[in-house]
Design a protein around this ligand. Structure first.
Ligand code: G1P
Length: 294
């Protein structure tokens, strides 16, 4: 029996330079995909996977993220007066989620590994999820839900993986599957024999990239404690994870669904189109719009 995954860490301290000038005053996690900010999509995905506590690793200037999950009495009152019951329900549901949000400050931008380490006290000694809100996965079964189900079978550390073009390996953590079996099918688990952060295409052990969804054991905090710098001079989560290979089960889940990198302008636009097309009230209008652009 694996211990249930009850907590999730959301690293949201980044500067969002890839989206300047939009992110000058607005955190990139507050950019909307259709009509919800990225952070809300990520928190709702976590909630659907059974997560009960949401830990935001944040930085000064990113208060809008916390405020999004805070109470909004004046707005709620106005919505009530106008009889906008659906919107009022949504507003209250956000505040209800917010009751389970904790914020912790990352004092310096030292890398993803450092951001996760900043949440060590809030996570404590139990397995936890990490979700990078930039990465979105559209599927009937939310990605983290797929992972929690797989984790129930194998335990240990679990990362979501998909193949990328070889010329893109230097953008991601890349899995070395060793001699293990890999059917390449969606839903399949791949045993992780090695992990490298952003390898040059000529050096990459495979084209299997880690996306921003992890289920991790708390031992990762011990490895992160050393504060060793890796690729780009940053404290990398990938390096700490690599240090646990062989000590406990470690798998990549070939998740099902389409992944969007919303840290990238085209990825973000694609996500908006795909998520709008997924909505009953917008699907037909999106089809018309797409035709108008070809
Ligand atoms: C981070 C991780 C990388 C992972 C990626 C997924 O990189 O360091 O291993 O593949 O997220 O999106 P970043 O996008 O922060 O550069």
């Amino acid at each position: 029996m694996t211990q249930p995954v009850r907590k999730a860490v959301f690293p949201v301290a980044g500067l969002g330079t890839r989206f300047l000038p939009a992110t000058r005053a607005i955190p990139k996690e507050m950019l909307p995909v259709v009509d919800k900010p990225l952070i809300q999509w990520a928190v709702e995905e976590a909630a659907s996977a059974g997560i009960e506590e949401f830990i935001f690793v944040t930085a000064p200037g990113k208060e809008a993220i916390e405020a999004h999950f805070g109470p909004a009495p004046a707005l709620d009152h106005a919505l009530e007066e106008k009889g906008k019951d659906g919107l009022l329900r949504e507003s209250r549901a956000l505040a209800a989620l917010g009751a389970h949000v904790t914020c912790v400050l990352q004092p310096e931008p030292l890398g993803l590994g450092h951001a996760v380490w900043c949440a060590r006290e809030q996570v404590g000694g139990e397995p936890f999820a990490v979700l990078l809100p930039d990465d979105m996965v559209l599927d009937e079964t939310p990605c983290l839900q797929q992972m929690v189900a797989a984790y129930g079978k194998v335990g240990g550390n679990l990362v979501a993986v998909e193949d990328v073009p070889r010329e893109h390996t230097n953008r991601y953590g890349i899995v070395d599957p060793g001699d293990g079996e890999d059917t390449g099918e969606r839903g399949a688990l791949v045993a992780v024999a090695g992990l490298v952060e952003k390898p040059d295409p000529s050096q990459a052990p495979s084209t299997l990239s880690v996306i921003g969804r992890y289920i991790l054991q708390p031992r990762v905090f011990e490895l992160l404690e050393a504060g060793e710098r890796g690729a780009g001079g940053e404290i990398q989560l990938t390096d700490a994870l690599a240090g646990m290979i062989g000590d406990m089960p470690f798998h990549g889940l070939r998740f099902s669904g389409e992944r969007f990198d919303c840290g990238d302008k085209i990825g973000y636009l694609r996500a908006n189109m795909a998520y709008a097309r997924d909505r009953d009230d917008l699907r037909d209008a999106v089809a018309v719009l797409c035709k108008a652009f070809v």
